[in-house]
Design a binder for this molecule. Sequence first.
Ligand SMILES: Cc1ncc(COP(=O)(O)O)c(C=O)c1O
Length: 414
Amino acid sequence: MLNDSIQYQSGILCCDSVALKDILIQTGTPVYIYSLKRALSNLERIRQAFAAVHPHIHYSAKANANLAVLGALVQAGAGVDAVSAGEIHRAFLAGADPADIVFAGVGKTPNELGYALEHGVGWINVENVGELQIINDIVAGLGRTPARVALRLNPDVSANTHHHIATGHGTAKFGLSAEVVRGVLKQQADYPHIRFDGLHIHIGSQLHDSRATRQAVQLARELMAPYPDIRTLNIGGGLPVAYSPDETIPDWNDFASDLLSLLEGCEVILEPGRSIIADAGLLATSVLYRKQQNEHTLLITDSSMAELIRPALYEAHHEIVPLFQPTEKDSLSYEIVGPVCESSDVLGHNVSLPDDLRAGDVLAILTAGAYGMAMASNYNQRVRPPEVVVSEDGKSWFIARRRETWDDLLRTEL
Ligand SMILES: Cc1ncc(COP(=O)(O)O)c(C=O)c1O
């Protein structure tokens, strides 16, 4: 969706003060473009919403791990939520202090745990009882002070979101049931090289209300209550973003204020991803062909599900707008599709756009900063697009990652 940073100025789509057409002259399409100004202001808005509990904010790198984005957020004081050793490595390169990194994930390998613990990563969010023994043994071997662990609780609640991004229901693979958490906490002495300092919950992404989060926080507080040393509650990500003008989502201040009283007395960690970077980014794409297929008018673009998989994977909606602000002239409903050999390679259904669009025209797929490039693939041997960052001043911009080449695609084959 258009916002303070991504908007038309004098009829031309801009990212802050930079006209997209000026970027495209150098980069071509498809290209991801991010506004650092918007990402940093989202970080600040989240900080303000939860200010009463002084949250530690760990940006969830899985949403968008571009080094320039990560570096700017780290510079602005964010820690990092990483779900693989690769993300931890990136967080280091972006300047993160190891102590400000949370390592989460349902299937961490012993090697990954070893890497994190050797480098002094601040928190390990644990989701398997078996993981505890591995951590305990690694720390014993390293002769380090005990590792700080938060047990991830599966609170068995049903989040109001798409079923593919709900993670807190009892049958989900994520976290440990309340019964298991209770049991582990009673047996803390079995793990002398672990400090059980917190609980972690993340019940899903793009939460449309705070009800299930409240239930989950309440349960976590009950489980923590007998242990005064367990003071940290990590409530994960999940803050929602509007992908279309008619999507009603709670205001972040309201979402936070629903939770604040339940969080009193806790050290609070947040792991926002989407809410920081989704609406700071767009994918610019060119129309390759216009084609009439029975009653449908198709625009076949140079972007596909390989560059942006969310519509195919989650039936996600992204607003799609033209590079030049439409005037009052007639509009038409289009199917916006990519060149990939899959029927699900559709980027937008029934998209209303000016009726005279044709090959060479540029479209912007909005709210694509999170889980866009981060989930892009080389399917059909497509090279992944470049990423451009518009600096915090809103005026300068740079190519933060170049377009891949065919050689890049072959580099790892022996
Ligand atoms: C454990 C955990 N924390 C944080 C996040 C980030 O969530 P969001 O992008 O909704 O803020 C996720 C997303 O999957 C997650 O699994």
